[in-house]
Design a binder for this molecule. Sequence first.
Ligand code: CAO
Length: 442
Amino acid sequence: MAEIKQVQVPDIGDYKDVSIIEVMVKAGDTIKAEDNLVTLETDKAAMDVPSPYAGVIKEMKVKVGDKVSQGSVILLLESSGEASAPQKNQPTVQTVPAPAAAQVAASPAPAAQSSNPSPTLSLSGEGTAASPPLTRGGWEGLKAHASPAIRRFARELGVDVAQVKGSGEKGRVTKDDVQSFVKAALGQPRGAAGGNGLQVLAMPVVDFAKFGAIETRPLSRIKKLSGANLHRNWVTIPHITQFDEADITEMEAFRKELNVEYAKQNIKITPLAFMLKAVVVALQQFPEFNASLDASGENLVLKQYFHIGVAVDTPDGLMVPVLRDVDKKGIVQLAKELGEISARAREKKITAAEMQGGCFSISSLGGIGGTAFTPIINAPELAILGVSRAIVKPMHQDDTFVARLMLPLSLSYDHRVIDGAAAARFIVFLTQVLADTRRLAL
Ligand code: CAO
């Protein structure tokens, strides 16, 4: 025969007067043993309290905001006799860890960042608290204020709880919030502003053999990896490219002298060694270029070290090894390291670690030719310098034209962080340093 049972707060350790932040059931509900009834929140954890019995709820004894301790009555239940297995009606606890810095991979993902993200359904779904995915959404998910039950509910729907605006107490995300979020996301046209998808036509599938002889060659592993990173960086970072030219006539004369001097030691000094040093002087002058956005996308992480990536063209594709502590090294030392690291990249002897930790990159096509190009930022860096081939040009000086060796520079920068004026100042400063190499020592 059915009997009325009191369902009480079970043993919750030393906690007393704990807040009820969510009530998942109401009078009249038919519940199963183990169904969650309420969520309690301490300063360290949120806990779901499951029902020890199955039955019909006769009366609720608590509401959101009430304070309870072990033994407080949550509700009266007309029990159908079915009880949960012993020890099972313990609260399920989920701690709310502090956000951790996402580990930066060789060429890590700067997922679309927004300080006010619009509803989006995550395709992969949010990770668990134990193993959050290394995405901004995932880490943010841990920061979001939501009970374990709501997190689970959101996860089942593939919703990143971090993106849901909470309407509960202290901005807590409720079940209604998650449902409204899903409705809003479903109501949005795919690829609308703020959505995750890009609304583009599918690539045409063409039978090329219809038009002539062909050969199919698979892309190298490096090309596949770097291609995916380049694609992501190109579509997610608003790139602007600023162009300028540096008068390197004097620098070139000095470089030639050095090359004669160091030929015996088999060290070849190319303009790139000077570029590395000049870039660091500019980064010191403009620290926001020596920075990255943090995982939330809302803070700039300014670096006090100067590691510069150098794009190396290898038979298998592009690699970007990183030269460390460029500020602490001289031009000859840098030229030597550049020669070694680019040779090792071409021999596929570069490790993943050697491609990590860069602050800024240089892509030099000066040895090949071309007048200018628009390099793609190597995220999470904020800018990259493209270097093209220097040519002798007539420059107007003191009412006359003089022949000067001019080096074309192309600076691509992340416009979310760097303003056009700052980029123009950076590149002008860089050209001044290159025009007068004494400034490298300042
Ligand atoms: N203007 C004129 N001459 C230049 C120059 C420039 N900007 N840069 C280099 N040179 C000269 C060098 O002095 C050298 O001349 P000598 O042989 O007469 O001494 C010659 O061009 C070849 O230089 P290099 O390319 O071997 O050496 P580097 O230090 O300039 O560059 C490296 C090294 C590894 C960056 C380069 O070999 C390379 O791989 N570049 C390609 C990078 C790339 O693919 N970028 C594209 C990325 S985006 O898709």
